[in-house]
Each structure stands twice: as C-alpha cells, then as structure tokens.
Design a protein around this ligand. Structure first.
Ligand code: NAD
Length: 272
C-alpha cells in the first residue's frame, strides 16, 4: 500500500526494461527470506535484482552467507546511496527509519516493515515531507494481517471514514512488549487470568512505542486511515492465553451509515 497517493510516474524506457534494484536492511527471518526470494523466485528474479543487503547489528552475518553476492554486502548503512537501489526495504527495527528514512526517500522508494516507527512524530513528518518533496519516491507499507487496508484507504480518500478501531488479540507468549506494557502483561500472567484481558485501549500513537513488533498491523491501519492517523485511530491490544492464532479485528463507523464495516481475519501464530 502506498502511503501518499501521488500521480503515477512516467518511467523512462530504460527503467521499464531493466530489473529494479532492491536494497534490504535486516538479515533476520524476513530479510533472509526476501534476499532468497529476490534471487531465486522465477517471477521476482525476472523483475528484481539485489542492490545490497545490510545487517546493521553485525555486518559479518551477510558476508558469511555465500548465497549473497559479495558486491551486495553493505557493511555501513550510511553508504546506501553508492549501491544505486531503486527500492529500499527495511525489515530490521523502527530505529532505521528514524535515522535514515527521509534520506532513503531522496534516492529510492522505501518499503517500511517496522510500521510502528510512524508513531514517532518527527520520523513521521520527516518521511512524509521527503515523500512529498518532488524527488518522486514513495513510502510503501505492507498491509500485513490487515485485510481491507486498501478499502480503509479508499474510504479515507473519499471522506467516508468517521473512525477506526483495530483490535489485536494474541496469546501472552506471542507478545514482545516494553515497559510499562510488559509490566501489565506480567501482572496478568502472574494472576493466572483466563480469557481476554485488554492491555491497552487508546490512540495508536500511544501504543506502538511499547509494542513495536506486535502492532505493525494497527500502525498500518492508522496510515491507511490517513484522515484519522496515529492519533485518531484507536488501537486495542488484548491477550488471551487460549488463543492458537492472532486475531485482528477492524471496525469503522462510516458516514451515512449506522452499521460499521467490520473484518476479522485470523493469522496463524508461529512459535517465537
Ligand atoms: N508490517 C508487517 O506486517 C511485519 C511483518 C513481519 C515483521 N515485521 C517487522 O519487520 C522487522 C523484522 O522482522 P523479522 O521477523 O525479520 O525480525 P528478526 O528478529 O528475525 O530480524 C530482525 C533483524 O533486524 C536486526 N535488528 C534488531 N534490532 C535492531 C536495531 N536496534 N537496529 C538495527 N537492526 C536491528 C537484527 O539483527 C535482525 O537482522 C521487525 O521490526 C518486525 O516487527 C513487520
């Protein structure tokens, strides 16, 4: 999903024929999957090629992996521009966008997986300003487990969206939280509570910094609902020890309708 709707760019004939160069930041589960897919998937490898792979915590991890061509290993992320990526994909940590997001957008399109980074006001405004700056590069957000993200975005563009509440329900052992939310979770677990417990209910901006890995879907919803944004979109984080899957519920009251639109997709829960 593209965050700002901008006129389609006219591509030069060179841009239409050559493969798009992809830079990947983060070499964990998703980063390794993407690097492999770009190189080996028959459809992707026709359209894409690796520009770089950067593991910000340990550059040796990329160099040690023989499936990554040596010229694609990027040791210092500050040198990203030298690799000529058309698309930079962050699959590492929200801090990457805080530090480099606006700079990436001067050179390339930018796909942000750690969507919770937009809860930081400066990061959000710097990246949106860079995307509007005329360099012609866009911010892309994975819809993740949020079915209907484009529908929410379209309703926001049409002015029909009056509100949005997104609830994420997970088993306690699938939650990776920071204080004070982690303290609240510890209390709930220690009490032996069964059934659903609401850990947080309020603006997405107040939730994302304390659940940066678990609320990317809520943050993506807040960006899709751009008339409401991080402050107007309500996030609910619920733990339930009986859950075998992650549940995402999105509910939005619409203009000219008493019935809210409602979706409830289930996402398989992989063991952490
Ligand atoms: N939007 C979505 O739907 C969605 C889906 C999956 C993952 N994600 C996000 O993508 C990111 C990567 O997910 P993953 O499953 O590959 O995680 P992972 O833990 O397997 O890998 C994370 C990578 O980032 C690096 N990293 C960790 N902390 C860092 C820091 N402070 N600074 C720089 N690099 C750091 C690690 O060394 C590792 O290479 C996470 O932020 C995750 O929340 C988003």
């Amino acid at each position: 999903m593209r965050v700002l709707r901008a006129p389609a760019r006219v591509l030069s004939s060179t841009a239409l024929t050559r493969r798009r160069r992809v830079g990947i930041i983060g070499f964990g589960a998703v980063g390794q999957y993407l690097a492999r897919t770009v190189q080996t998937d028959p459809v992707c490898s026709q359209k894409l090629e690796l520009a770089f792979v950067c593991e910000p915590m340990d550059a040796r991890a990329v160099r040690a992996d023989k499936s990554i061509p040596a010229e694609c290993a990027l040791d210092d992320l500050g040198d990203f521009a030298s690799k000529g990526a058309d698309l930079i994909v962050e699959v590492a940590h929200p801090s990457i966008s805080e530090r480099y997001g606006a700079a990436f957008l001067k050179h390339a399109d930018y796909l942000v997986a750690s969507v919770t980074t937009f809860a930081d006001r400066k990061t959000e405004s710097d990246m949106l300003a860079a995307a509007k700056s005329g360099a012609g590069h866009g911010i892309y957000i994975p819809a993740g487990a949020l079915w209907g993200a484009r529908d929410i975005q379209n309703m926001a563009f049409r002015g029909n969206l009056r509100g949005l509440t997104v609830t994420m329900k997970k088993a306690p052992h699938h939650l990776k939280l920071l204080p004070p939310l982690s303290d609240r979770l510890a209390e709930v677990v220690a009490s032996g509570a069964s059934g659903e417990t609401v850990l947080y209910e309020g603006p997405c901006r107040g939730l994302a910094p304390f659940a940066p890995n678990n609320t990317n879907t809520i943050a993506a919803a807040a960006l899709a609902a751009h008339n409401l944004g991080m402050d107007g979109t309500i996030g609910r984080l619920v733990c339930d020890p009986s859950l075998q899957a992650h549940i995402v519920e999105a509910s939005c009251p619409l203009l000219h309708s008493d019935l809210p639109a409602h979706t409830t997709p289930l996402a398989p829960a992989c063991p952490l």
